[in-house]
Design a protein around this ligand. Structure first.
Ligand code: ADP
Ligand code: MG
Ligand code: MG
Length: 211
């Protein structure tokens, strides 16, 4: 089984920054179609800051590191996603208290804590065309895999696919919260930008563990 240290986690964060930074136009266009067009700028500034301070974060315990990531996201990222990612990381930190590495069970616990925090902070449910619609199916898939003793390689493949499919499924969803609700079509026909950037993170995490 894998064991992710706080140093590994910052390597992963740097890969996320790279992926997000490279997709400026795509993510900006998605948020321009359903929202106010700033999602890329918001999320890029958050991960950019984490990338910048990665050396000081990689030597912290996982608990302290996740707290710092949460605080950084809250203060750097404007918009809904800052508060939501901030809450997610602060909640996940608690799961990691006293732990030196993240194994399979812990990672499922981390993602579950993030999902619960985002749903309660944003007061939103699965199916409402948000970032939840990538994270929720990934978490459900992860829990089911652990319960069925699915081999690790297969878990990574399935969780990644669940996150990517979840983001793709937002295309058909009507927005219930956020700016897309102001539009006549409630965003139907467009992917939710927050679900897409969430799926990037889960995809990169699963690929990082595999490598
Ligand atoms: P803002 O909407 O304030 O401009 P961003 O553009 O950075 O912030 O983020 C928009 C994304 O945040 C949406 O695409 C959606 O995925 C997510 N989002 C917005 N509101 C909520 C909410 N209440 N719960 C969960 N996710 C949300
Ligand atoms: Mg926006
Ligand atoms: Mg905004």
């Amino acid at each position: 089984g894998f064991q992710l240290t706080s140093k590994d986690y910052m390597e992963y964060i740097k890969l996320v920054y790279k992926k997000i930074h490279e997709n400026r136009e795509y993510i900006t266009d998605l948020d321009a179609a359903t929202g106010d067009g700033d999602h890329w700028a918001n999320i890029d500034s958050g991960f950019g800051k984490l990338n910048e301070i990665s050396e000081s974060l990689e030597c912290l315990s996982l608990f302290e590191q996740f707290k710092q990531i949460g605080k950084t996201m809250m203060s750097v990222i404007g918009g809904s996603s800052g508060v939501l990612y901030g809450s997610a990381y602060l909640a996940a930190a608690k799961v990691l208290k006293g732990k030196e590495a993240i194994g399979n069970e812990e990672l499922c616990g981390v993602l579950t804590a993030m999902l619960d925090a985002i749903m309660s902070r944003g007061n939103a449910q699965p199916g409402w065309k948000t970032m939840i619609d990538s994270l929720h199916p990934a978490v459900e898939c992860y829990k089911a895999c652990l319960a069925e003793n699915v081999p690790e390689e297969e878990i990574l493949t399935r969780v990644k696919q669940a996150a990517l499919d979840g983001a793709e499924n937002t295309r058909g969803m009507e927005a219930v919260r956020g700016r897309a609700t102001y539009q006549a079509d409630k965003g139907v026909g467009h992917l939710d930008p927050g679900a897409v950037t969430m799926s990037y993170q889960i995809e990169i995490l699963m690929d990082y563990i595999r490598s």
